[in-house]
Design a protein around this ligand. Structure first.
Ligand SMILES: [Zn+2]
Length: 223
């Protein structure tokens, strides 16, 4: 199966760098329709299955556009998804790369996340503040990994068992901390399909670029 990785579901602001992070709502809707018409199974987050025509939908960073643009489409089509949020930045914005990208992207607040939880959307941890985990001290990294789980669990009242490495940055030491914190699944940015023999703390994904045409999307999910 394939785990699809999305960031923003919106039109990119003209000034933004890395416009590939933005999939327009129209394109996203079309992609979901392609999944349906090609008889793909969209599996529950953290439920891995073997088989070519299966995908999981993941959204990094918890942008407000998930609630405003992606969620209505998912709800209408009854599709499950998971959103990875930097727990200390809930209700704030992308402070980790807003300067570099030249754009402030607002993140959902606790009330909005609670609403999504009630609606059946899964939430995972994306640390506290979205650092490069291998570039900070081990004690800081451990805190980012452990305290984010606790904060999300306290605020949302649900168990959090999935983690997503910011920037896909991790090593064996970081992975061990993720395991010791009690996470069962950790999502990377390594490109590839999910296979049964894969380490559940090193889940590969497919980056869905905003530049893809529908045909490119179709080819990507079929091969
Ligand atoms: Zn991220």
């Amino acid at each position: 199966m394939k785990v699809l990785m999305y960031h923003n579901i919106d039109h990119p602001p003209k000034t933004s760098e890395m416009k590939s992070l933005y999939v327009s709502p129209q394109k996203f809707q079309r992609q979901m329709q392609i999944l349906r018409s090609m008889k793909f199974r969209v599996v529950e987050p953290n439920r891995f299955v073997e088989g070519k025509r299966s995908v999981m939908l993941t959204f990094d960073d918890g942008y407000k556009d998930f609630l405003e643009k992606a969620y209505p489409i998912l709800k209408e089509m009854n599709l499950p998804a998971i959103v990875f949020v930097p727990a200390k930045l809930v209700g704030s914005y992308n402070v980790w790369d807003s300067y570099k990208l030249g754009v402030k992207k607002y993140l959902m607040d606790w009330e909005e996340l609670s609403f999504l939880v009630k609606e059946g959307i899964k939430i995972g941890s994306h640390t506290l503040t979205h650092p490069f985990l291998t570039r900070i001290s081990p004690s800081e990294a451990r805190r980012e990994i452990e305290a984010s789980k606790k904060l999300l669990e306290d605020k949302l009242g649900i168990p959090i068992d999935a983690f997503c490495y910011p920037y896909g940055d991790y090593n064996q030491e970081i992975k061990k901390m993720v395991a010791e914190a009690g996470y069962r699944y950790a999502y990377t940015t390594v490109e590839g399909d999910w296979r049964r023999e894969d380490d559940p703390l090193e889940i590969k994904r497919i980056y869905v670029s905003g530049y893809w045409t529908s045909l490119r999307f179709l080819l990507k999910i079929l091969i």
